[in-house]
Design a protein around this ligand. Sequence first.
Ligand code: HEM
Length: 546
Amino acid sequence: MAITDLKYHLLLLVFILSAYICLRGLLYRRRNCSGIPYPPGPPPRFLIGNLLDVPKDRPHLAFAEWSRLYNSDIVSYHVPGSHTIIINSAKAAKVLFDQRSSIYSDKPHNEMVNIAGWDYNIAFMPYSDAWRAHRRIIHQHFRPDAVGDYYPLLISRNKTLLRDLHGQPDNLIELLKHHAGSLPLKLAYDYEVGMRGDPLIQKVEESMAVLAQIMIPGRFLVNSYPFLRRMPEWLPGVSGFKAYARNCNDLNESIKNDLFEQTKAAMASGAAPSSLLTKILRKNEKGELGEYVIKRSVAMIHIAAADTSMAALTGAMMALVNHPYVQSRAQAEIDVVIGRDRLPNFSDKDELPYISAICREVMRWRLVTPLAVDHAAAQDDVYDGYFIPKGIYTVHVSAYFHGKFWIFVPEIGSTVVGNAWAMLNDSEFYPEPERFNPERFITPEGELNDDEVLASFGFGRRICPGRYLANTTLWLGVASILSVFDIVKSKDEAGNEIEVTTEWVDSGISSRKNVSHPMPFECSVRPRDAKAVELVKSLNAREPDT
Ligand code: HEM
């Protein structure tokens, strides 16, 4: 390409960007012409808005602080391309996500999510027929009465975990991560994850690291200026994001397709072991559901379940090792209800309310997803005197240039974020919220109260459909480990106890969509007594029901 041509295209790009920014500015002001203010928040800076005001680390804390500072339970900030509204109270969440769910069930558009092949993630799908089709499959197989189908698998894997823990008492966290992280693939495809260096897990981790980057506000210009996707790759700044996205897209294609195709091939040869995928494919012999819907829904299970379940189970251990009193009370409950000759089972759940209270407190105290996943408003709305603009506001401008038609689509999008952390740490409902205190879920009569800490699983019609499986996995893990083991602090070489942190961090490179995990810590298990050793040694993982 001639130098003059290059200069011409660069000038054109600068012109388009400037036109965009001006048009956005105009639109932004025009929206304010409604006379209704946006929810309060830090004052935006010229061109970059509040880009510098949102901390990368634990933004849920800053957002909750803004509510105190600006005296409003909803607050907002603006970065080029989107306006973000943060919902900090359970009251506002109920009105917006539940009572006005037809408005707030949509999801914001993120151009890089699509380019990088992450659009199969149901949590990012717009509120549409496609989303309904995917959600229906997940719901059918993970609603409360369907979760019972997975009890035998959960119980037998739990027994394996206890036996492994007995053999490697200092390897608690690694074994738990493997236990929780491998379950979704076993359940979905009957795929057994290797303890270390599993190629599929590596692909998922790589792809998720890219996703974490994609979700950082302002990280990719194409999210603010989607037309850049159509620009030739030789333009400065375009080839970088395209190559990055292409690599991630290849990973996602492999994650979606490889196990799916292997299972289909095994089914054709009559050698496929039973799994959720074989069950769904057999039920769909007449082809009512498109194959791609099945493929994407089943692939989603691992993405949604593995990291979150690992965080919850290891978070429970962090809480328990720091609170020996809670362990003793739980063990006393287990001993009275089921004795010492067998492990707790799902049929014991109603009689072990304190174990359930521990699990709820784990989900409240240090949230796995403090800011859930972003929603978007499907239409303009007003709450408590504040204006919430619709998710995507588009204006199409076309121009004829250098023998070509160009279409510019400037949009002002509003993202609506439920700050679950702020809601579940509200001292009006949870006195001394910093304290790990399962008793807060127990009534004076000794029963479980009706607070299921639902905000820890998101909001409205988009609330996590896997929450019953997640709660069941956590409950069984905590109940079985406590029935035979004490969770204790590890010791250093000099025999001193190693302190255990109570802090959580966003995993990977911090972004506000990340799953939070406990900071790395060490702890061990110790059999409660000779009776516990006897019970663990007698466990046979292949007998699911005892
Ligand atoms: C401790 C474990 C888990 C936590 C904390 C968690 C949390 C969440 C949150 C916060 C959302 C976003 C909700 C929203 O947009 O408001 C979500 C969505 C989702 N989760 Fe979970 N989840 C967990 C486990 C699971 C499991 C085990 C599965 C699958 C079996 C699952 C499947 C999904 C799916 C499919 C969505 C997308 C829902 C939609 O957009 O309609 N999750 N989860």
